[in-house]
Write a protein that binds this ligand. Sequence first.
Ligand code: SAH
Ligand code: SF4
Ligand code: F3S
Length: 437
Amino acid sequence: MSAPKKLFIKTYGCQMNVYDSERMAEAMGADGYTLTEDQSEADMVLLNTCHIREKASEKLYSDLGRLKPLKAEKPDLKIGVAGCVAQAEGGEIIRRMPLVDLVVGPQSYHRLPAMARGEAPSVETEFPAEDKFDHLPPRATRRAPTAFLTVQEGCDKFCAFCVVPYTRGAEISRPVARIMAEARDLTARGVREITLLGQNVNGWHGAGEDGREWGFGRLIRALAEIDGLERIRYTTSHPNDMSDDLIAAHGTEPKLMPYLHLPVQSGSDRVLKAMNRKHNAAEYLRLIERIREARPDIMLTSDFIVGFPGETEQDHRDTLRLIEEVGFGTAFSFKYSPRPGTPAAERAEIDSDIADARLQEVQALLSAQQRAAQESMVGRRLSVLFEKKGRTEGQMIGKTGYLHSCFVDGPQLSPGDLREVEITHSAPNSLAGRLVA
Ligand code: SAH
Ligand code: SF4
Ligand code: F3S
């Protein structure tokens, strides 16, 4: 018998890529590959790429450049490019970097083992009619207490700046039965918290177990009935897909964590319109109000793009005002990056230094809000899902419902335990607490 082959995967970008990388590793596992963390001993290197901003895309080419000596040393080494750059650039990647053996887009991962065996074309970037997940092997054995589960893929929103509708294709929802089966299976393997994933996860819909059309809120309530599954999260959502039923679920479903990532991108109506976001600032604020009525202790997070084409000083101040009005637990903010093929890439960019300065201002405000939100946890009693041992003897680390890391002294605890903790201290990147008897 030949020695098992080794697969090294590097994952860039969003959580959907993290999930896809796991599924690709499982698919290759069926072909005799085991994962390695050491690139130099790999028989195959797979780069699962992100195309969202220019910097993210460029990383692929610098990483490929760095693989040249390894490929020279090991001519049999297979190098594969997966993910959103693979989808966007296809065979162009091999022309530019001939050391690449195969290019596989996000909807074709079930083809990967055949491609690696040389039994399928070396470039697969079609959007096939079948669901790739139907053709991928079931999830692997031992699990951490938390897991991702992709329920929806693709995007039909076409925000003017964004490549996702082109790299991930049209919105598709996975069927209820598949999602329920995967969630039950994960829970049976020790998973206590599932994060449902999708580029527009709250746009998920499908025929339910009762034969009726279900929305995303209904799906969450069905998942919440699974014994042993203690926590449910979801990301990323579009404001326009926050249905009444989903908002209500935040108030009635204790397993749904009091945490919501709801990107708004800008606080200026002019910019939101130019971005083709299909909501204005007032609508977003009203939505936040309704979500907080359903779940007063919810923590909100968001994404912002700063320096979008045409953004004025007034638009920028509108964004700062929206941030002040909402009060976010944390948020990501990015300098606008023109992406090939998107409508906004045709428009004149604003001065780069001005955009940098605005980004700093937005980030300073968001950081202050983040610190305040974390410090406000001191004195509260929160449930913590423990994930692993800490660095000091007897210490355990877990996460609160708000996704803050929390340390306690708990030598008796195991990963997967959920305990009530009184928060005693807030450090820059974590909380400390003591177990409530
Ligand atoms: N589906 C999600 C996330 C999309 S990508 C949503 O609708 O919000 C994650 C974030 O990247 C976006 O929310 C946006 O803030 C940022 N982003 C997307 N395209 C970008 C671009 N061209 N330049 C800068 N940031 C961008
Ligand atoms: Fe991109 Fe907009 Fe779709 Fe989000 S909703 S993935 S930002 S096009
Ligand atoms: Fe990046 Fe594709 Fe995710 S572009 S953010 S990896 S959907």
